[in-house]
Design a protein. Structure first.
Length: 155
């Protein structure tokens, strides 16, 4: 069995104090109240026979509620500690995040109750400076963030 593959888009914009990257906070009860190392690039699983970049763009729209366009720069795929491969693209865009609309998932909650509840896949989206993003991003995605920041600095 091969390792799962996810694909996502790391959006960045120019800020007064340098580049800012867009990260999303996962929804649901497990992540409630967690901040450090809890945020992610908008990403999700690649479907069978789906192009990785097409999956990244689809997942971004599903999780943030709006499309992303621009000049996509492919970043080096990285393997997370859990074994999943993450493919990511960097794109510059200054998006309005006030109308965040994420798709949902169902989960038995409270656990053992037999009741299914719907939760948003993403409950927050925000732009962060490089230092803020380093503190918030999942440790398995830090190589993607660091490469993206290097590429942005190189122009």
């Amino acid at each position: 069995m091969s390792a799962p593959v996810s694909a996502g888009v790391l959006v960045w914009r120019r800020g007064a104090e340098g580049p800012q990257v867009l990260l999303v906070h996962p929804g649901g009860p497990f992540w409630r109240g967690k901040d450090a190392a809890a945020w992610s690039i908008p990403k999700g699983l690649v479907e069978a026979d789906e192009d990785n970049r097409a999956a990244a763009v689809r997942e971004f729209a599903e999780e943030v509620g709006q499309p992303v366009a621009g000049d996509f720069v492919e970043l080096t795929p990285c393997r997370t500690p859990g074994g999943k491969w993450v493919h990511a693209w960097l794109v510059e865009a200054d998006l309005d995040l006030t109308a965040l609309r994420s798709n949902t998932f169902e989960l038995e909650w409270p656990k053992g109750s037999g009741r299914m509840q719907a939760f948003p896949e993403v409950d927050q989206a925000a732009y962060f400076t490089a230092e803020e993003a380093r503190a918030r991003i999942h440790k398995g995605q830090r190589p993607i963030l660091e490469e993206a920041l290097r590429r942005i600095a190189e122009g």
